[in-house]
Design a protein around this ligand. Structure first.
Ligand SMILES: Cc1cc2nc3c(=O)[nH]c(=O)nc-3n(C[C@H](O)[C@H](O)[C@H](O)COP(=O)(O)O)c2cc1C
Length: 358
């Protein structure tokens, strides 16, 4: 339901326009002193209202820690944090209970929860619920870093405009770290410009665009993951599909592998006499659900934002007749840039959980 992980467990709670959202994190090591400035910097990458392509909703997204930390160090008790909601425009959402937005969760929430559902701001299905995930993920990223593991990603594509291709066998740690410093994390700034233009064009046309996020894990050891239903792919896919608007998860070459020959797709094994590597990394660092020790490469497809300012067909659920809808309120014309740190956070939480299980 709202809990992710086995040994490291994160439970997310709240609704977009409730008093607060938050999370409870269990399994973090006692004595760990998170760098809270870095936690804040990481969360700011997801926070709304900072970029032209982001919703105009302004939220500080500052977590208030309620328990689990004493004098800056974790004490072993569950860590709980809340983020207060302050900038709500609930009246923008009143009509949506009756006329659901195409492609949002309004309709399925009505089917499941009936009139009791809190529709304000998308309720529990809002992208806002990913802020607590970023808080927990920021801690996981720091703990992975202590073990020499870097998790970071880039915007691989928006509206069909692709970032520079990466050699999955030779991903530079310094290049990944530089990405997180960029306001628009792409390897090729000219591709990034073209992507931002596509987002801007969609915004002017009261429309939206989607894209692909690619996340890497470097330094993650070989041999992690269980076969069949508990492999690294299974666990990451289950977790990443928890992020609203995610439509696909693949590894390495992903769906493109289906069109390749074995001679193109196979990754030949090589050795330096001490360890085994692969010359290429089409597999994205995982074979049989178990990590190879090569860079882990996961691709996440994000759909175009459902809430667009154009007239669309929908149904009046009270009268059971067809009608039209123009969505009001403040919405990102492209979710991809704000979803990138969420993908990093969820990847880090899942990988740390799997390491703790070993
Ligand atoms: C960071 C983030 C921000 C989002 N912002 C919006 C938004 O402004 N408008 C919108 O319609 N959907 C937004 N979404 C996506 C919806 O929450 C999502 O499409 C909806 O809950 C339905 O779930 P599904 O797309 O996974 O089926 C956002 C998602 C994320 C991760």
């Amino acid at each position: 339901m709202n809990t992710l992980g086995h040994k490291l467990r994160v439970t997310v709670f709240g609704q977009s326009h409730a008093k607060a959202i938050g999370c409870v994190v269990e399994g973090l090591p006692a004595g760990f002193r998170p760098d809270m400035d870095r936690v804040a910097a990481f969360m700011a990458r997801r926070a709304p209202g900072r970029d032209p392509w982001s919703t105009k909703r302004k939220e500080a997204d500052a977590p208030e820690i309620l328990s689990g930390m004493v004098d800056g160090a974790l004490c072993g008790a569950p860590l709980s944090a809340v983020i207060y909601n302050s900038d709500q425009h609930s009246k923008d959402y009143e009509g949506l209970r009756r006329t659901p937005r195409p492609s949002h969760a309004d309709y399925t929430a009505w089917v499941k929860y009936g009139e009791s559902y809190d529709i304000r701001g998308g309720g529990q299905f809002s992208g806002r619920l990913t802020a607590p995930l970023c808080f927990a993920g920021a801690l996981a990223l720091q703990l992975l870093e202590q073990r020499g593991i870097t998790v970071a990603g880039h915007i691989a594509a928006i509206a069909g405009v692709e970032d520079e291709a990466t050699d999955f066998a030779r991903v530079e740690r310094s290049a990944l770290l530089a990405l997180s410093e960029k306001p628009f994390p792409v390897f090729s700034d000219s591709a990034g410009e073209a992507m931002q233009q596509a987002v801007e064009a969609a915004r002017w046309e009261a429309d939206s665009v989607g894209g692909v996020i690619r996340c890497f894990a470097l330094g993650f050891p070989a041999g992690i993951g269980e076969p069949m239903f508990d492999g690294v792919e299974n666990r990451l896919a289950a977790a990443l599909f928890g992020i609203p608007a995610v439509r696909g998860v693949s590894f390495g070459d992903g769906f493109a592998a289906a069109g390749m020959r074995g001679s193109q797709h196979n990754d030949p094994f090589v050795t330096d006499g001490k360890a085994v590597y692969t010359r290429t990394n089409h597999a994205g660092g995982v074979l049989g659900g178990i990590t190879t020790g090569m860079p882990l490469v996961v691709n996440v497809a994000v759909k175009p934002t459902a809430s667009i300012g154009r007239e669309q067909d929908t149904v009046d659920l009270q009268e059971m007749v067809g009608t039209t809808l123009v969505v009001h309120g403040r919405h990102d014309p492209c979710i991809v840039p704000r979803a990138l740190p969420v993908v990093e956070a969820v990847t880090a939480l899942t990988l740390l959980d799997m390491l703790m299980e070993e």
